[in-house]
Ligand binder design. Structure first.
Ligand SMILES: NC(=O)c1ccc[n+]([C@@H]2O[C@H](COP(=O)([O-])OP(=O)(O)OC[C@H]3O[C@@H](n4cnc5c(N)ncnc54)[C@H](OP(=O)(O)O)[C@@H]3O)[C@@H](O)[C@H]2O)c1
Length: 260
């Protein structure tokens, strides 16, 4: 696909780039600090657009001018305990979504595919309490909630979205490497939509504190590398609008290593 990558100079975006290239996508970086792009990053990019993610006309123009059929939004950084003073994180998300929707309507083509960064607390608590989010019990990164509500209101014909509900992401490699290193692979993770993959409800029966116990006993196991889930997402983008993850909140877990 032709992907507009937002936040290509950040921790996530810089590691998304080699994964997208590995999976054969054409990537246009949309960045506010183009000087931060290394020569090897520039060498694999089909274009660089300088702009703010709060600038809807510029984003829409970038999508249309480069004929992008997908957007990966990794710009900004959610606050752990509250909102940024300017509220910029939510403004960026809303601006990206609005730019995608307007670009799709103007182009009159199929829905634009989008992977957007979100957080682990936006995944469903468990099948026993399907209306509850993990974030109802673990109120961290509250800015994701407004973004979730906004994306769920969108029309399928405009935006074919997936939310990457990431827990802590720790880079395997200090610097983002191009080409993507061989040890960074979708094969190292399991993905799940709705609830976190391999989530267990074993403590749900405990009165009142059952949900808290479930989260406390398991949440730590969802920290992943940055690169492996990004390889999964780049692979999923190859599926285009046939992806099973469209309209889904997606969590990841590292695969357990087999004993040798
Ligand atoms: N890292 C994690 O462990 C983790 C875990 C869960 C979720 N996430 C989510 O993943 C996303 C990316 O996180 P990250 O760790 O990659 O953050 P980061 O390293 O701080 O990168 C943020 C990126 O956004 C760009 N940016 C910020 N404001 C912008 C604006 N107004 N216009 C254009 N670009 C702007 C930055 O550009 P400059 O280089 O110019 O500053 C940078 O490229 C966030 O939504 C975050 O909440 C991250």
């Amino acid at each position: 696909m032709k992907v507009l990558l937002l936040g290509a100079t950040g921790n996530v975006g810089s590691r998304a780039l080699p994964a997208l290239i590995k999976h054969g996508h054409t990537v246009i970086a949309y960045v506010r600090s183009p000087a931060k792009l290394a020569p090897e990053q520039r060498a694999v990019l089909a274009g660089v657009v300088t702009g703010l993610v709060t600038d809807k006309p510029a984003l829409k123009t970038a999508i249309l001018a480069h004929n992008c059929d997908a957007v990966f939004h990794a710009a900004g950084l959610a606050q752990m305990w509250g909102r940024s003073q300017t509220g910029e994180y939510n403004t960026m998300f809303a601006t990206v979504v609005a730019a995608i929707v307007e670009a799709r309507k103007e182009r009159r083509g199929p829905a634009i595919r989008a992977w957007l960064m979100s957080g682990f607390p936006m995944l469903d608590l468990n099948s026993a309490i399907p209306t509850r989010l993990i974030g109802d019990y673990m109120p961290m990164f509250p800015e994701h909630r407004q973004n979730l509500a906004l994306i769920q209101e969108q029309e399928e014909e405009d935006i074919a979205w997936s939310l990457f509900c990431a827990s802590q992401l720790t880079p395997k490699h200090k610097e983002a490497r191009i080409p993507a290193p061989d040890d960074c692979s979708a094969a190292n993770v399991v993905a799940g939509a709705g609830s976190p993959p391999e989530w267990r409800d074993t403590l749900a029966w405990v009165p009142l504190i059952g949900p808290y116990l479930n989260i406390l006993s398991q949440a730590g196991g969802y920290a992943t590398s940055s690169e492996d889930p990004l390889d999964f997402i780049a692979a999923d983008l190859e599926e285009g609008r046939q992806s099973e993850f469209i309209g889904k909140k997606v969590g990841f877990k590292l695969k357990r290593k087999k004993a040798t």
